[in-house]
Design a binder for this molecule. Structure first.
Ligand code: PDD
Length: 285
């Protein structure tokens, strides 16, 4: 079956899906995006992702291409047409197509919208979760507005590649205070020896992850203590457990940092439990 993409109002075969070479997303990375988990053919926490998209667009003064409910219909349709049962849907909105000039194009320039969806391999993901992933640290080198889910991801690309080249699956940024901010495409968590979940506050230095927000609600419901504060790589190495959260992998245990094992070097019980329980607290649509 050939894959289908939504491009500016049309559902087209992937091989025919294209945007202009003068799209500002292509020339300036002048756009924003969202990634939603798909489970049982349904979108996970779409409304929260949609609201974050609206916020990202607003911060960059990009016009909303259509109301959120219409965008939701497009996402569902792309999932349906691609027969995605378990996977992700990707949505990108850029400032549109215009003759190259750094400043904003003329008012009335229509934003470009692209939606794609693809299946993932649930067995493979569960196997990864059973083994846990390795993390390496990487100096924070991004702009301060990491709260905007921008497609300008060059620092994230370089950090992820550095992780891969060191045999790890994720890079944790460390800021000039020596604190972990977040992963190159995930939020970072540790679990203290007395069972408290710790993650950096969403006020500075991180993308306010939707998985993170839902997990915070899950922690409250499960009566697990939460501390929103920075932590260092050393505290993470000495912690009982560590894990990351993102729409692409929900809760993924971390078993080492810079080659040093966390706990007994195996996925921790809280990370495993939160991974199992997460979808009880998520919204399906
Ligand atoms: N990334 N921090 C960064 C820098 C991210 O890129 C992501 C997600 C997150 C987690 O956010 P959420 O829980 O809303 O997915 C945190 C997506 C999945 C990506 O770029 O593929």
């Amino acid at each position: 079956m050939s894959r289908i993409a939504y491009v500016n109002g049309r559902y087209v075969a992937m091989r025919d899906a294209s945007v202009s070479v003068e799209d500002r997303g292509y020339q300036f990375a002048d756009g924003v995006y969202e990634v939603c988990e798909v489970r049982g053919g349904r979108l996970i926490d779409w409304l929260r992702h949609g609201k974050r998209l609206q916020r990202s667009l607003g911060e960059l003064r990009i016009v909303e291409p259509m109301p959120l409910n219409a965008l939701g219909l497009v996402l569902h349709e792309v999932v349906r047409r691609n027969r995605v049962h378990y996977g992700i849907v990707y949505l990108q909105v850029t400032r549109g197509v215009a003759r190259r000039d750094h400043a904003f194009p003329a008012p009335g320039t229509r934003p470009s919208v692209v939606v794609t969806a693809r299946n993932a391999n649930p067995e493979k993901n569960e196997k990864t979760a059973l083994e846990g992933i390795k993390v390496v640290t990487f100096p924070e080198n991004r702009w301060p507005r990491v709260d905007i889910k921008s497609t300008s991801l060059l620092p994230n690309v370089l950090a992820k590649q550095a992780a891969r080249e060191q045999g790890a699956q994720e890079a944790w940024y460390v800021d000039s205070n020596g604190d972990v901010t977040e992963g190159s495409s995930s939020n970072a968590w540790i679990v203290t020896k007395d069972g408290r979940a710790v993650t950096r506050s969403a006020e500075t230095g991180i993308l306010p992850g939707i998985t993170r927000a839902v997990l915070i609600e899950a922690l409250a419901a499960l009566q697990i203590k939460l501390e929103e504060r920075p932590f260092t790589p050393q505290e993470a190495t000495d912690a009982a457990e560590a894990f990351i959260t993102a729409a692409t992998m929900i809760v993924m245990p971390v078993v080492s940092i810079d080659g040093r094992a966390i706990g007994d070097g195996k996925p921790g019980p809280l990370a495993r439990r939160l991974r199992e329980q997460f979808h009880r607290f998520a919204t399906f649509s």
